[in-house]
Ligand binder design. Structure first.
Ligand SMILES: *Cc1c(COP(=O)(O)O)cnc(C)c1O
Length: 322
C-alpha cells in the first residue's frame, strides 16, 4: 500500500521497473514487461514472433489452445498446429514432423510454444534436455521459441533446473506471479530488448498499458522474493493429497504421476465430475472440472498439511463409495 508509483505508460513507475528488471535478471534475459494476465502475456508473446497466417506449433493440450478464448486466431490470425505429446510433453521428433515445407500452399511455421509445467496434463515438468533438443530443431528451421511459464517456478523447484537455465532456450518467456506465488495480479513477459520493445507496443494496443500500477507490482515483487521457496510445500501437499485420493473407491488416479502442485483424477463410479464437485463444494472442498469425469485439484500456499488432511476427511464420504 505504500509502494512508490508513477505513470507506467510513460515508463515512470519505479516499482514496476524494479519488478521488470528483477524478473529479467532472475531469468537471465535483457528485458521484461509487466502485464495484467498470463493470457495477455502469452498472446503478446505470439504476436511479437508472428504475422497473420503464420503457424504456431504447440502441444495439443496447451493453455494457449484451450483457455485463451481462441485469441491466437481471433486477435492475431494465427493457426495452431497441435502436437499430441505424452502427458503434455512433446518429443523433439514430433516437432520436426510438425514443421511445414516451403511450397506456396504450406502454412509458414514460425514459432514453437512449450508449457512448463503443463497445466492440463497435470502439472508435468519438461526436462532441460528435451527442451534443448526441441530448441535445436526449432533453430535449425529458423523458428522462434516461446515458453508459457505460468508455473515455471514450480518446474524449477521440482526439477532443480533454474528458471534461467530453462529460459536460455527461449526467445520469450511468460511467467505468472498470480498462480503459485500468490500475488493478486499480474504476469511478466521476458526476453531480449528487441522482443520486449515490440511487446510494449502490443501491450498498449491490447489495452494492457496500466498507469500507477506499482501498487500491485509491489505485491508481485513480494511474491517473487518471498514465496518461491514455499512451492516445495505445495508439491509435498499435492503428493499427500494424491495418495489419499487414490485410496478412494470412486477415484482413478496414479499418484506416482504427480510431479508438482496439480492432481488430476477421474471419477469412476458413473457420476459426472460436475455432480461430484457439487457435493465437494457443499463439504467445503473446492476443485475444478477438467472433463466429463475428470477433476483437477491444486494445492497452494494458503493450504497447510493439516488442511490437506481435513480436505481428504471431508471428501471421503463423497469419493470413497462402493
Ligand atoms: C493460468 C495460466 C495462464 C494464464 O494466466 P491468466 O493470468 O489466468 O490469464 C497461462 N498459462 C498457463 C499454463 C496457466 O496455467
Amino acid at each position: 500500500m505504500t509502494a512508490r508509483v508513477g505513470d507506467d505508460v510513460f515508463g515512470e513507475d519505479p516499482t514496476v521497473l524494479e519488478l521488470e528488471s528483477r524478473t529479467a535478471e532472475l531469468l537471465g534475459k535483457e528485458a521484461a514487461v509487466y502485464v495484467p494476465s498470463g493470457t495477455m502475456s502469452n498472446q503478446i508473446g505470439l504476436r511479437v514472433h508472428t504475422r497473420p497466417g503464420d503457424e504456431v506449433i504447440l502441444e495439443a493440450d496447451a493453455h494457449i489452445r484451450h483457455y485463451e478464448g481462441a485469441a491466437a486466431a481471433g486477435l492475431s490470425g494465427l493457426q495452431l498446429y497441435p502436437v499430441h505429446g505424452e502427458r503434455g510433453i512433446m518429443r523433439p521428433s514430433q516437432v520436426v514432423e510438425a514443421i511445414r515445407g516451403t511450397q506456396n500452399w504450406d502454412p509458414r511455421s514460425r514459432l514453437v510454444c512449450l508449457e512448463n509445467t503443463h497445466n492440463r496434463a497435470g502439472g508435468t515438468v519438461y526436462s532441460l534436455d528435451v527442451i534443448k533438443d526441441i530448441e535445436s530443431v526449432a533453430r535449425e528451421h529458423g523458428l522462434a521459441m516461446h515458453l508459457d511459464g505460468a508455473r515455471l517456478w514450480n518446474a524449477s523447484v521440482a526439477s532443480g533446473t533454474s528458471e534461467a537455465e530453462y529460459a536460455a532456450c527461449f526467445d520469450t518467456i511468460s511467467v505468472c506471479l498470480s498462480k503459485g506465488l500468490g500475488a493478486p495480479v499480474g504476469s511478466v513477459l521476458v526476453g531480449s530488448r528487441k522482443y520486449i520493445d515490440r511487446a510494449r507496443r502490443e501491450r498498449k494496443a491490447l489495452g494492457g498499458g496500466m498507469r500507477q500500477v506499482g501498487i500491485i507490482a509491489a505485491a508481485a515483487l513480494h511474491a517473487l522474493d518471498h514465496h518461491r521457496a514455499d512451492l516445495k510445500k505445495d508439491h509435498d501437499n499435492a503428493r499427500v493429497l494424491a495418495d489419499g485420493l487414490a485410496a478412494f473407491r470412486s477415484v482413478q488416479l496414479d499418484p506416482s504421476l504427480v510431479e508438482t502442485n496439480i492432481v488430476m483424477f477421474d471419477v469412476v463410479d458413473g457420476r459426472s465430475s460436475m455432480e461430484v464437485l457439487g457435493e465437494l463444494v457443499t463439504a467445503g472442498v473446492r476443485m475444478v472440472p477438467f472433463g466429463p469425469t475428470r477433476i483437477r485439484a491444486t494445492t497452494h500456499r494458503d493450504l497447510s498439511a493439516e488442511d490437506i488432511g481435513a480436505a481428504l476427511e471431508r471428501a471421503a464420504p463423497i469419493l470413497d463409495r462402493s
